[in-house]
Design a protein around this ligand. Sequence first.
Ligand SMILES: *Cc1c(COP(=O)(O)O)cnc(C)c1O
Length: 421
Amino acid sequence: MKKETICIQSGWKPKNGEPRILPIYQSTTFKYDDPEHMGSLFALEAGGYLYSRIQNPTNDLVAAKICELEGGVAAMLTSSGQAAIYYAIFNICEAGGHVILSGKIYGGTFNLIAITMKKMGIECTIVDPDASIEELHKAFRPNTKCVLAESVANPSMVVLDIEKFAKLAHDHHVPLIIDNTFPTPINCNPIEWGADIVVHSTTKYMDGHAMSIGGAIVDSGNFDFSLYPEKFPGLCTPDETYHGLIYMEKFGKAAYITKATVQLMRDIGACQAPQNAFYVNIGLETLPLRMERHCRNAQAVAEFLDGNEAVDWVNYPGLPENKYYHLAQKYMPNGTCGVISFGLKGGREAAETMMQKLKMVAVLTHVADARTCILHPASHTHRQMNDEQLNEAGVNPAMIRLSVGIEHIEDILTDLGQALI
Ligand SMILES: *Cc1c(COP(=O)(O)O)cnc(C)c1O
């Protein structure tokens, strides 16, 4: 099936007399007639549902749809994108391990890995995504367990050379984890280009309406952890909490997601509420339509800003002069997403004036939903800093982040145009 069809028809497939729409299994637990059967579920001898912290049918059906869209073999939902990234790494990297992180990525991911996971004994090295292969090789250590990068970085809009990063990771016998939140599987499938694991914040375009926080992890099943048992003992040596079973031996290509589910979800419990999974599923149904419109509108806005006298620079990979235009054409020829950043000639002050003049476009700390919204970090999230401090923190004082929605393009341009005068 094509992606448009998967978005509608995959996941919940009702049988005779069953509800047309994905049911919300609003139940913490599940009933079994035979205690023997329940025992075998606890021992992972049989598949089935026990307790919604670990698995829930609504969540699994939505995860299955995302899995199919990404071309993976197994997937799971998590309570947030942050939880997905944490699980994706911690599932294969414990205290004493090392992670390679592409720079210029989402601030939340940076904080999680460079600051919080450091307290758990996990080190990281931040690399420049545009560095040469030779330079990037130097970042690896014997205890490196994975490489993590964003296919399109939030908010820097750096487009990753996924093939380069996949080869690099594989040369060092570790998997490549890609955060594919911005382009979504509609515009980019990192697994096709060699990525091993894909994570999402479903909070963004997948949900698409700013309704619910959520995350997802998809495994391609392509990385054979059993080839490197010393590097990945969690997957290749017995888990005493399940009578000594070895995930790679018992579950093969599904081992990574199974371990994250029955071990990390069991112990850490960052599960998604089935109600939220239901919302994500509704969002997924229209994702292809919305992504097409987000990209078309963003392209028009980027071109409009590019031609406006008050505008100093525009950063959008759909503009041919953009540094990442060619990578975007290769990995996501139908478009990247709706996020643009730009700066005004009048700098920080002009940005503040513009924000005040906007009538429809709302000032919000959110991106990637149906409504156009805008943020000027220097006057909002980083308000307390002066220009010098901002530059030190890597935030251009003039930078405005615009998330183009799916309203009519004329209304978006009219509002931006009147605010720029
Ligand atoms: C928002 C975002 C996250 C974090 O997701 P939450 O659902 O807010 O926890 C991670 N990665 C990227 C690229 C994001 O945009």
